[in-house]
Ligand binder design. Structure first.
Ligand SMILES: NC(=O)C1=CN([C@@H]2O[C@H](COP(=O)(O)OP(=O)(O)OC[C@H]3O[C@@H](n4cnc5c(N)ncnc54)[C@H](O)[C@@H]3O)[C@@H](O)[C@H]2O)C=CC1
Ligand SMILES: O=C(O)[C@H]1O[C@H](OP(=O)(O)OP(=O)(O)OC[C@H]2O[C@@H](n3ccc(=O)[nH]c3=O)[C@H](O)[C@@H]2O)[C@H](O)[C@@H](O)[C@@H]1O
Length: 435
């Protein structure tokens, strides 16, 4: 099939490269010329394991990029993979999506009516229920097009994670096709047929309505975020009783109804999506007159975990004027992404206390330096610990598990672990956040 994808960022580029690898002819459309040039030169514009190889193999061939929306005229379907950031009040900002939809409409309207099937426009981005219906389809139609004759719309949300995006896309737990027209459903089946054939096992397809598909994405992300907040709540109780929350989590995870994943308690969830998507669906629900109590509590608890981490440190040392090591800056291991990382409230809390911060991350240091140019950055965890009067662990990088004699170099070896990555050992004052 000939496929176009508007937006060549984390999702757009990953999906495009994987679809090209599965045999489709794919073009991405982006306003950023550097991204377009990179893809055409066979270079991935973003860092994801396995993506460099795919873009190197197909870039400039079955995978192309362009700044020209007219490219969609040579394709059967267009996916919208544009950003859906938050407004100041947490609600979803649809300006990029509406601009993209309008440009698609203008391109389609400029084409000769060939009598072919209507062009399918698929919302890949995460959008609150009814966005495709109420905000995107009308923008496409604004160019003088008729829905059902000139174009169709559908929702096909994406569940890939950063750091494992290629593997997640190629072997998804499910595919969700939200449509209101059999022709759209059939086109999505054609698009994913090679993926389902190549995938490791059976890939279930959920055929549903457009708004249901949009909501499934929020339900998925907010369920997982809330699962982490719940295990953090349970972990905080465990800490009060001197109980090991990880032993408790391992045991409850054996119950199939609970499941073993996403039970790692600690300093909380961050990243480009859980925080923004939770805020967006809470704001959208409130707009409709419903206040989601559990989700609001999940956010509140997530905001409190970094404060609990710092108050554990306060229990052992007055950090004012002292050198304090912050180990881990990325929002999770395996990425240099610092969007909504828990390291930010930790750093700000330490700054408020007047601490002298020395931070270390294997890959995210440069991104954090842009945000906090004035704090000290160490070249290694070992260097960060030298002469420190306390250390806090924010990201569960494997390399932190190997730290041992390095703690002997601390002035006062107080270690507060927000991710259960350091073993308790003689010679250090160790506090686990939930154990
Ligand atoms: N990053 C992730 O792991 C996941 C993200 N999502 C969702 O996917 C959507 C996209 O997210 P990302 O790929 O992370 O965003 P991103 O910010 O990495 O990429 C968006 C791209 O769109 C381009 N762009 C902006 N306006 C444009 C326009 N008018 N026309 C053409 N290109 C334009 C930008 O230059 C950028 O390259 C969001 O709704 C996000 O919530 C869903 C699942 C996973
Ligand atoms: O919509 C999205 O963008 C994506 O959001 C998440 O993916 P991602 O943000 O890449 O990262 P996760 O691996 O889910 O981790 C999110 C946060 O939760 C934290 N976490 C995760 C698991 C756990 O047990 N405990 C825990 O604190 C991580 O440290 C991290 O800060 C979802 O897992 C993806 O399915 C989804 O597509």
């Amino acid at each position: 099939m000939n496929v176009s994808i508007v937006g060549s960022g984390y999702v757009g580029t990953t999906v495009a490269a994987c679809l090209a690898d599965l045999g489709h002819e794919v073009v991405t459309i982006d306003i950023d010329e550097d991204i377009v040039d990179a893809v055409n030169d066979g270079e991935s514009p973003i860092h994801e394991p396995g993506l460099d190889e795919l873009v190197a193999e197909h870039g400039g061939g079955r995978l192309r990029a362009s700044t020209d929306y007219d490219e969609i005229l040579n394709t059967e379907l267009t996916m919208l993979a544009l950003p859906t950031p938050s407004n100041d009040d947490g609600s979803i900002d649809l300006q990029f999506m509406e601009a993209g939809a309008a440009s698609i409409g203008e391109a389609l309207a400029g084409a000769q009516n060939t009598g072919e099937d209507p062009h399918l426009v698929v919302t890949k981005s995460t959008v609150v229920p009814n966005t495709t219906e109420d905000r995107l389809a009308p923008r496409i139609a604004d160019a003088g097009l008729e829905r059902g004759t000139d174009f169709l719309v559908a929702s096909n949300p994406e569940f890939q994670r950063e750091g494992t995006a290629v593997a997640d896309f190629l072997n998804p737990d499910k595919l969700v096709f939200g449509t209101d027209d059999d022709r759209a459903t059939a086109t999505l089946h054609d698009l994913y047929a090679p993926l389902r054939e190549a995938a490791d096992g059976d890939v279930p397809v959920v055929e549903t309505g457009i708004a249901e598909a949009e909501m499934i994405k929020y339900a998925n992300n907010t369920f997982l975020a809330t699962k982490i907040s719940l295990i953090n709540d349970i972990g905080n109780i465990c800490k009060e009783f001197g109980v090991d929350a990880y032993e408790v989590a391992d045991a409850i995870g054996l119950d199939d109804r609970i499941g073993e994943q996403f039970l790692r308690s600690g300093v909380g969830w961050g990243g480009s999506c859980f925080p923004k998507d939770t805020d967006a669906i809470i704001a959208a629900a409130r707009d409709e007159g419903y206040d989601p109590a559990v989700l609001s509590a999940a956010v509140e608890l997530n905001d409190d975990q970094p404060k609990r981490l710092l108050s554990l440190l306060d229990d052992h040392t007055d950090v004012s004027g002292k050198r304090i090591a912050v180990l881990g800056l990325a929002f999770k291991p395996g990425t240099d992404d610092i969007r909504n990382t828990r390291a930010v409230p930790v750093i700000e809390g330490l700054q408020e206390r007047g601490a002298d911060i020395v931070a270390y991350d294997p890959v995210a240091t440069e991104n954090m330096r842009e945000r906090y140019p004035d704090i000290e950055y160490a070249d290694s965890a070992a260097a960060a610990l030298v002469d420190a009067s306390g250390a806090v662990i924010v990201t569960d990088w494997d390399e932190f598990a190997a730290l041992d004699a390095e703690f002997d170099e601390m002035d006062d070896p107080v270690v507060v672990d927000g991710r259960r990555i350091i073993d308790r050992r003689d010679g250090i004052t160790y506090e686990g956040l939930t154990w």
